[in-house]
Design a protein around this ligand. Structure first.
Ligand code: SAH
Length: 213
């Protein structure tokens, strides 16, 4: 795996494109400009790494579009030291962005192949999420809850109750909800029992699947 000045230039361009599309958080943009996205894809597809596109990875899954990763990361309002839970580790790219933002990252993946591959890979390139879990994201991670924020990186047919209940008061859940397309939705836990809900337009994700391990 090589990271050249050409790659670095390309991803600064990518961060600019994401900014032009509306992401303003400078820390999120800096993470996109820094992370070698081409490492997260098969080397034969390297040319696609710095285009603002989702792309197929192993196990019929995709690495999310950089703009989408930027948009979701911005909505989370991560502060250094926050506990953040990600549902759908996939390639680990969103995981790496959260690590760059200084979060303690927990992430769940239901495809064993991806879980194993990404766990080794993130370590190899120097990212240290707190805990990567092989399991069903619908259940969240009760043993590590509550979280400052939770991001779902697959399209959810409905909002899983455990995810709402695993938020701190003031915590934020960012989740694309619906069939195809999904509506990007933010829930803020305002009290033990109350949530404020905001919607942010259409996105397209692979589906959040019910547990079939
Ligand atoms: N965050 C990833 C996006 C990967 S696509 C990235 O940046 O590359 C969504 C991922 O969600 C896929 O890897 C898929 O296997 C996983 N997924 C789907 N349903 C899931 C579930 N119920 N629990 C955990 N992961 C799930």
């Amino acid at each position: 795996m090589k990271d050249t000045t050409r790659h670095q230039g390309k991803r600064r361009q990518l961060a600019k494109i994401v900014e032009e599309k509306g992401v303003t958080d400078t820390k999120v943009l800096a993470a996109i400009a820094k992370i070698p996205r081409h490492f997260f894809m098969d080397s034969s597809f390297e040319d696609h790494a710095y285009q603002d596109k989702a792309f197929p990875i192993a196990a019929d899954q995709t690495i999310s579009q950089p703009y989408t990763v930027g948009f979701q990361s911005e909505l989370l309002q991560v502060k250094p030291g926050d506990s953040v839970l990600e549902i759908g580790t996939g390639s680990g790219y969103q995981t790496a962005v959260l690590c760059e933002l200084g979060a303690k990252v927990y992430s769940i993946e239901r495809q064993q192949k991806l879980y194993k591959k990404t766990k080794l890979f993130l370590n190899k390139i120097g990212y240290r999420p707190k805990y990567l879990s092989f399991g069903d994201g619908y259940k969240g991670l009760p043993e590590y809850a509550p979280f400052d924020s939770i991001v779902v990186t697959a399209g959810a047919p409905y909002v899983p109750k455990p995810l709402l209940s695993q938020l701190k008061i003031g915590g934020r859940l960012v989740i694309p909800v619906g069939d195809d397309p999904q509506i990007m939705t933010l829930f803020i836990r305002t009290t033990e029992l109350q949530f404020e809900k905001k919607e942010f337009g259409e996105f397209r994700f692979v589906p959040l699947l019910e547990d079939k391990n």
